[in-house]
Design a protein around this ligand. Structure first.
Ligand code: IPE
Ligand code: IPE
Ligand code: MG
Length: 266
């Protein structure tokens, strides 16, 4: 007797991750669509074991890999990672160079797994400010993963929220000049189309590691109604269990978007 299997079975790793998430108390039907992460604390992680800062960045890549995998297995469609801010150019040249090399190596190593898992790589930020070799590596990774339709993994690089908004204003002005738009037609929805994040919904959940209670110029426009979750855990120590904690906490929040709650009790 032959059974026709209509739905492709979920890979065993995915089933396992989902089982662990459920065991951690997560409702898989109410996950955020877009998770954004300020990956902070690499330097402090390194200092705590007397290592150079770059070792912290290197260790942080393991966390990136784990969080990308877990989000993909939970079928979260948008993940945005703050990897290098516009202000991070003020760091010593040696640290910047090391970060750029780590980024290129990461891209080279991860392309295959991204393709296998239907992940598309994207970027936000002023990519043209990055070293040429990094731009080329990003271009290649973007092209190679362009078919991935299950998750958009966006890396924020040379990214600053204020500059993004200013650049968007300039693009809107240009569109008005070219008669593609009138001034009266500009509203928050139309304006969002000029931001680097035009193709994604706003983040539902913003995670920051290392305990800092600030936004550091990340997605200023887009996080208007994001739920914010901050953990003292340093990024290189951040694992699936911490992501589960964040997701569980997210699900316990009541998102009101300015309204009264559902039964008007509050
Ligand atoms: C975050 O870790 C990574 C980047 C900003 C590139 P940090 O390098 O900021 O680590 P801390 O905050 O100094 O511990
Ligand atoms: C924010 O971390 C930028 C990234 C995580 C890439 P920083 O370490 O640069 O932020 P501040 O300086 O503590 O605000
Ligand atoms: Mg930091």
């Amino acid at each position: 007797m032959s059974n026709v299997i209509a739905v492709e079975p979920q890979p065993v790793h995915q089933v396992e991750t989902m089982r662990r998430a459920k065991a951690a108390g997560i409702d898989l039907s109410r996950l955020p669509r877009h998770v954004a992460v300020i990956m902070d604390g690499n330097g402090r992680w390194a200092r705590s074991s007397n290592k150079p800062r770059i070792e912290g960045h290197r260790a942080g890549i393991k966390s990136v890999r784990e969080i990308v995998r877990t989000c993909r297995r939970l079928e979260i469609p948008f993940l945005t990672l703050y990897a290098f801010s516009a202000e991070n150019w003020k760091r010593p040249g040696s640290e910047i160079n090391a970060l750029m090399i780590l980024l290129c190596n990461f891209l080279r190593r991860e392309i295959r797994e991204m393709k296998e898992n239907n992940i598309r790589l994207g970027t936000i930020g002023r990519i043209h400010e990055l070293p040429f070799a990094v731009q080329k590596a990003l271009d290649y990774a973007r092209r190679e993963t362009a078919q991935g339709e299950k998750m958009l993994l966006s890396l924020a690089l040379s990214y600053g929220g204020r500059v993004e908004i200013v650049d968007a204003v300039k693009k809107a002005i240009q569109a008005v000049r070219e008669h593609q738009l009138t001034v009266d037609e500009i509203n928050p929805d139309r304006f969002s189309e000029f931001l680097d994040t035009a193709e994604m919904p706003d983040p539902d959940l913003l995670i920051r590691t290392s305990g800092e209670m600030r936004i550091s110029n990340f997605l200023l426009w887009q996080i208007a109604y994001a739920e914010i979750w901050i953990t003292p855990v340093l990024w290189p120590d951040f694992r699936e269990e911490h992501l589960f904690e964040a997701l569980k906490d997210f699900q316990s929040r009541q998102r009101r978007f300015g309204r009264v709650d559902i039964d008007g009790a509050i």
